[in-house]
Design a protein around this ligand. Structure first.
Ligand code: BJW
Length: 245
């Protein structure tokens, strides 16, 4: 792919860069994207109908087992060249913010340090009744297990539809998007709010908005640049073009 020279020049001289990632960046690590057809037993379920508090209330075992299956995929996965390129970018840009909708922790495993997780993290559990968070790695029996403090069901510490995002992470993400010179939207269908509003805030302050995705999204027509392709190929190429050493 040809990276436009004007984009290379802009990134080269930018001191403030914000990046929003979605499930597409982890696709090349073997983790299915959120909306892509699920496999095997899970093919019959619509993920949007599993990722809700109502679904968990109706059938806690089903929702818990779906997350256990996804946890297994994440545990086997490794960061790919797209994740690694963003860690390199962070080291090159004075003020760099990585905002992710992903719950897989692969950015941190790739070496990214300043990561805002908008939708939580699969590796932790919290109590469905009281919200207290259990440390990652605490393995309890049950499907789902019970909270050791109050006896309520445990659930993954992720943000479901209709739930609020973590206040501090959302606040920092909004600030970074409204204060950035370049905003990259990588591997997201750009339909889930409030994350999908972040590139709009960046456009509103005159930032250059770049979309990296093999498919079109509602953002495509509004983006300043569209680099159509898989993040694991496009991001390393972009980083090499801007910071060749
Ligand atoms: C590649 C690739 C490769 C493939 N390289 N790319 C305003 C307007 C309308 C609705 C709302 C609104 N504000 C709030 C809402 C309601 C709702 C919402 O947005 N609904 C929409 C569906 C319309 N939002 C909420 O409920 C949020 N809460 C909230 O706003 O609270 C206040 C409130 C509540 C109620 C009413 C009003 C206000 C919470 C949203 C939480 C989302 N949680 C999930 C689940 C997390 C846990 C889990 O993983 O199970 O987060 S849903 C799911 O979507 C997940 C993802 O993070 C998120 C985004 O998906 P993503 O990452 O974009 O993945 P995909 O699969 O959609 O797309 C993958 C993309 O990758 C595709 O484009 C591919 O082409 C691409 N791709 N291979 C690069 N190799």
């Amino acid at each position: 792919m040809d990276i436009p020279q004007s984009l290379i020049d802009t990134l080269c001289t930018s001191e403030r860069v914000a990046v929003l990632t979605g499930a597409g960046i982890s696709a090349e690590s073997g983790i299915p994207t959120f909306r892509e057809a699920q496999t095997g037993l899970w093919a019959q379920y619509n993920p949007e109908e599993l990722a809700t508090p109502g679904a968990f209330r109706r059938n806690p075992r089903l929702v818990w087992e779906w997350y256990q299956w996804r946890r297994g995929l994440v545990a086997k996965a490794q960061p790919n060249p797209g994740h690694l390129a963003l860690a390199v970018m962070e080291a090159q840009v004075a003020d760099f913010t990585l905002i992710t909708q992903n719950v897989d922790g692969l950015h941190q495993r790739a070496g990214s340090r300043n990561v805002l997780e908008l939708h939580g993290n699969l590796t932790r559990d919290k109590c469905f009744e009281r919200g207290c968070v259990l440390e990652a790695g605490e393995q309890l029996a049950g499907s789902p297990p019970r909270c050791p403090h109050c006896g309520g069901y445990l659930r993954p510490d992720v943000v479901w539809f209709g739930e609020s995002l973590p206040e501090e992470a959302l606040h920092c993400a909004l600030q970074a998007s409204q204060n950035t010179q370049v905003f990259l939207s990588v591997g997201t269908s750009a339909i889930v709010h409030p994350a999908a509003s972040l590139p709009e805030y960046a456009l509103g302050v005159g930032a250059v908005v770049v979309e990296i995705n093999p498919a079109e999204t509602p953002l495509t027509q509004r983006a300043t640049y569209v680099l159509q392709g898989p993040a694991g190929e496009v991001l390393p190429q972009l980083v090499r073009a801007v910071w060749p050493d």
